[in-house]
Design a protein around this ligand. Structure first.
Ligand code: GAL
Ligand code: MG
Length: 949
């Protein structure tokens, strides 16, 4: 180096880290001392990599935390981008504006001679420079990876001062471009580990399950210089002295581990200096041809993608909240998790072992922003970054290797492709040949073991299954490659984008996963909305003072930011139940789709009364006659006893036979209209009573985010054949509706005729500047003291595009909470392609509770097949074809204009919409649009409503 070359600033260094780095090891429970340094630290922040002003006073901050989540924004704000880097793509450089914090804390210590001491950090975003007692001990990169530094030489008797300088941006940020908030800080634990002289440095217990004998085999790898090490598994009566770094111990008959029956055994490893305890599970993971097997049986992954997220703490781990989330997953029949897109806090992995999930553990790696530069200079294929890639893979695999829940290692996410990824995979294959390697970006399958895709439409899944690639010309030369891929197991590592209202068409996906032989299921994107609690609302990207952001795209979960399950989660739970029920003419077919475990833990009820179903082994079905009672009892499958994740009585499946029920006949005849009734119908032929008014026609809904976004193709612009795998570009639903001005329908009264027995009105609704219209006939009559409305809507032939809905809207005065009872589908909202959780019953609630508080206000609350609706002053009965209903305090345009529900104005009106039809929901916010079967093309419709006011 010539003397005038400036030294590389750590911020721009590609080195994975510096200092006395301890080779990566497992996260283990040990009897050796662990000193937590979590708690209050001194803190100050500066604007550039030069750090805070040396004279600036110290403030205090909690460790772990993110400084941008401190109250009152005093240390800056969070920033959300999906793909884009928040700075120029100029690796390894980052802008001069680089928030840099100094953390300091002191602690008393008494080092003991002969022992070594490691400083362990579990997560610092993004680059940390660590000094102890004024001496530099090293730099740590890899924001969500553990790092240990040997600090033995720097520790002193008495008071010690630890300084950590954290730069928000560094060269390593280029490897951490996941779709999430940018949240700098020391956000996981900081500890000092005592390493006793002669201790056990690392352990790997691989617990294999012999499918033929049912025996367990422990393959043990030890890093210590102090033998013997005694291994014991008290429950199995096993005690073995181990004298060498590796050992194979047969332990006789064991119960295997699976996500359904997560049987764990406590293992102790002890030598004269240290005792380590861990929990292991016996299972064998294999790939045979296109089958991915655990314990000899094909996996069916019914999974979700899980980020570390808490609405107040960001990515700081909150054990109670995380466990509650996992229990909610179990209760929703979810059996698999992909750690997107970095390893979580290590305690979470242990929870997955214990509660039972098939886990794909993923490395902290994403370079998605290079895609926007056509992948030029992508680190994944640049030799200068190779060490950083290999360091990351080693650190994440070594930390988590003991966990039975992990059934595959994932190299990262959306990082293009290249030699460094291939090298990571080769490293894993050499280190852990017993678990397959996953990486979605290896589309050609050149260095990974599982064919993985995201947001692939069903016909694309069919094509891959048949050895056919995307039907676009540039892929044709790889036809041979696709034939080879069809010999491998396939998953969708992401599908069904759960943003806002949706996702739709989960049932179709589940059917494809269950029938196409190579497919093993998938992981819904994603588990939880990442809204940050700010006063009375949850904030997303555009709520902060940043120059640009990806808005509400950070809220795309099955669970809302506050932890409330969304209707999409209920729909998913109903579709992926491991105990599906089918009822046909009172014959109930029960199937056990569990990987493991019979049905003896379950109770079967019809309308709350238990009935017998034979105990079924996995894969078995039985047909039983439903017990007597009403025509369509609600049949439930419930837990008999409490489990670790749900109380006794928790419902796994609900089903009902509905096909047989005939619509109730429309009352005939007409009695002379009473004067009171006649007076309630105004000159235009509309009801104008004090408690109910209307109706007017509506063809519009407040667009969902699936309606608004159009990055993916649609089935509206071409045949399914043409859309295979990719989709045909086209405007969004919302653009189509707005272009047709469905939100601006104007009304003209064509006629109103009054006789003794009826009032007949004909209204024409049409958008401005259009010659397309819908004629609505309203016929009012009276039968048995009930006011009857027979309504019909008939469009002319000038309509060219889809509608959002075909509905009649009434209004009611809003004077406060409105109790509602209805006989129809419920309990939750449901749409034509998202209705699996709905069943027919009598439900009751409060009107404001009928709407889901999505991160962005949008269409919500529709419930199909209404029979009767009872409000304090109105009873409404439907006859003939049953409409759906929704009841909401704001009209569609008001809802569509709001960015947060907290912005919606006080309302003096309830809007009751009775829909003959709604357009499907789909998942086009990131994935396929509404399937053709759920399109609402212009059509006519009829309503027959009985009113008692
Ligand atoms: C995928 C990505 C996820 C997330 C999702 C959209 O492309 O892997 O991290 O961005 O799309 O929400
Ligand atoms: Mg991405």
């Amino acid at each position: 180096m010539s003397s005038n070359t400036p030294a590389i600033h750590p911020v721009t260094s590609l080195a994975p880290g510096t200092g006395h780095r301890v080779p990566p090891r497992s996260y283990l429970r040990t009897d050796a001392d662990v000193l937590s340094l979590n708690g209050q630290w001194k803190f100050k922040l500066g604007p550039t990599a030069a750090g805070p002003d040396a004279d600036a006073p110290w403030e205090t901050i909690e460790v772990p935390s993110h400084w941008v989540l401190a109250a009152d924004d005093r240390y800056g704000q969070p920033w959300y981008t999906n793909i884009e880097y928040p700075f120029p793509v100029d690796p390894p450089f980052v802008p001069d504006d680089n928030p840099t914090a100094d953390y300091q804390r002191s602690f008393p210590f008494s080092p003991r001679p002969g022992h070594r001491y490691y400083l362990r950090t579990q997560g610092i975003e993004s680059l940390a420079i660590i000094r102890l007692n004024d001496a530099e001990v090293g730099t740590v990169a890899g924001s969500r990876l553990a790092q240990e530094l040997d600090i033995t030489e720097h520790l002193r008797e008495g008071d010690n001062i630890l300084d950590i300088r954290v730069h928000q941006w560094s060269a390593h940020t280029y490897l951490e471009d996941q779709d999430q908030w940018w949240l700098p800080g020391i956000f996981r634990d900081v500890e000092i580990l005592t390493r006793p002289d002669g201790g056990i440095e690392d352990v790997w217990v691989r617990a294999d399950f012999d499918l033929v004998t049912g025996h367990g085999i422990l393959d043990v790898e030890l890093r210590t210089e102090n033998f013997p090490v005694t291994l014991s598994v008290p429950e199995l009566g096993v005690t073995e002295e181990i004298d060498a770094p590796t050992a194979r111990i047969e332990v006789g008959k064991v119960q295997p581990w699976s996500a359904d029956v997560p049987r764990l055994y406590d293992v102790t490893l002890a030598n004269s200096a240290e005792t380590i305890t861990l929990r292991t599970g016996f299972r064998r993971v294999e790939i045979r041809g296109a089958q991915w097997l655990v314990n000899g049986k094909k996996l069916r992954l019914r999974g979700v993608n899980r980020h570390e997220f808490h609405p107040e703490k960001g990515r700081v781990f909150d054990a109670a909240d995380a466990r509650a989330g996992l229990c909610l997953m179990k209760r929703a029949n979810i059996n698999a998790i992909r750690f997107s897109h970095y390893p979580p806090h290590p305690e979470l992995v242990a929870m997955c072992d214990e509660l039972g999930f098939w886990v794909i553990d993923e490395c902290d790696l994403e370079t998605h922003g290079f895609w926007l530069c056509d992948w030029r200079d992508n680190p994944s294929d640049d030799p200068r970054w190779r060490d950083a890639y290999l360091d990351r893979v080693e650190r994440f695999v070594e930390r988590d290797k003991n966990h039975p829940c992990i059934i595959a290692w994932s190299l990262g996410n959306e990082s293009g492709t290249g030699a460094n990824l291939a090298a990571m995979s080769a490293w894993i294959h050499a280190r852990d040949p017993h678990r397959p390697v996953h990486y979605e970006g290896d589309h050609e399958g050149s260095y990974t073991d599982i064919v993985s895709r995201m947001y692939l439409p069903i016909e694309g899944m069919e094509d891959l299954s048949q050895g056919v690639g995307p039907r676009s010309p540039e892929h044709l030369e790889s036809a041979g490659r696709y034939a080879a891929l069809a010999q491998r197991p396939m998953i969708q590592c992401e599908y069904a984008h759960a943003m806002g209202n949706g996702p739709g068409a989960l049932r179709e996906y589940e059917a494809a996963f269950s029938t196409l032989p190579q497919w093993h299921g998938g992981f819904v994107w994603e588990w939880r909305d990442h809204g940050l609690a700010r006063g009375d609302f949850y904030a997303y990207g555009s709520d902060f003072d940043q120059d640009f952001s990806d808005g509400s795209f950070v809220c795309d979960g099955l669970v809302l930011s506050d932890g409330t399950p969304s209707p999409g989660l209920h729909d998913l739970a109903a579709i992926i139940t491991p105990i599906p029920l089918e009822i046909h003419q009172r014959q109930l077919t029960v199937t056990n789709l569990r990987h493991d475990g019979d049905t003896s833990d379950l109770v079967f009820n019809a309308d709350g009364l238990p009935f017998d179903v034979p105990v079924l082994l996995p894969g078995e079905s039985a047909v039983v006659e439903l017990p007597g009672g009403r025509w369509s009892p609600v049949v439930t499958v419930e837990l008999k006893e409490d489990t670790a994740w749900a109380p006794a009585g928790h419902v796994l499946t609900t089903a009902q036979e509905l096909a047989e029920e005939q619509p109730s006949p429309v009352p005939r005849g007409a009695e002379p209209l009473s004067t009171a009734t006649a007076a309630r119908i105004d000159a235009d032929g509309l009801l104008a009573s004090a408690t109910l008014a209307g109706p007017r026609l509506t063809l519009y809904r407040a667009p969902t985010e699936n309606d608004r976004l159009s990055g993916f193709g649609t089935y509206l612009e071409g045949s399914v054949e043409a859309t295979r795998g990719a989709g045909v570009p086209g405007p969004s639903n919302a653009e189509r509706w707005h272009a047709q001005r469905l939100h601006l329908l104007r009304r003209r009264v064509l006629s109103v005729t009054r006789t003794d027995t009826e009032i007949l009105a004909v209204h024409r609704y049409a958008p401005p500047s259009s010659d397309a219209w819908v004629d609505v006939t309203l016929r009012w009559r009276e039968v048995d003291g009930q006011l009857l409305l027979d309504a019909a809507a008939v469009p002319n032939s000038r309509w060219k595009d889809i509608w959002a809905r075909l509905g009649l809207e009434f209004t009611l005065p809003n004077t406060g909470p409105l109790p509602v009872r209805w006989y129809g589908t419920g309990p939750g909202e449901n749409y034509p392609d998202a209705c699996a959780a709905a069943f027919v019953d009598e439900f009751a609630g409060e009107a404001s509770g009928l709407i889901t508080d999505y991160a962005v206000p949008q269409e919500s609350g529709h419930r199909a097949d209404l029979r009767r609706l009872t409000l304090p002053d109105v009873e409404l009965t439907t006859y003939g074809p049953r409409p759906g209903f929704s009841l909401r305090a704001h009209d569609e345009r008001t809802v569509a204009a709001a960015r947060h529900s907290s912005e919606l104005p006080e309302s003096d009106t309830w809007h009751l919409v009775l829909d003959v039809a709604q357009h499907g929901i789909g998942t086009r916010s990131c994935g396929p649009d509404v399937l053709p079967a759920y399109h609402l093309r212009p059509r006519s419709g009829e309503w027959h409503l009985g009113l008692r006011l």
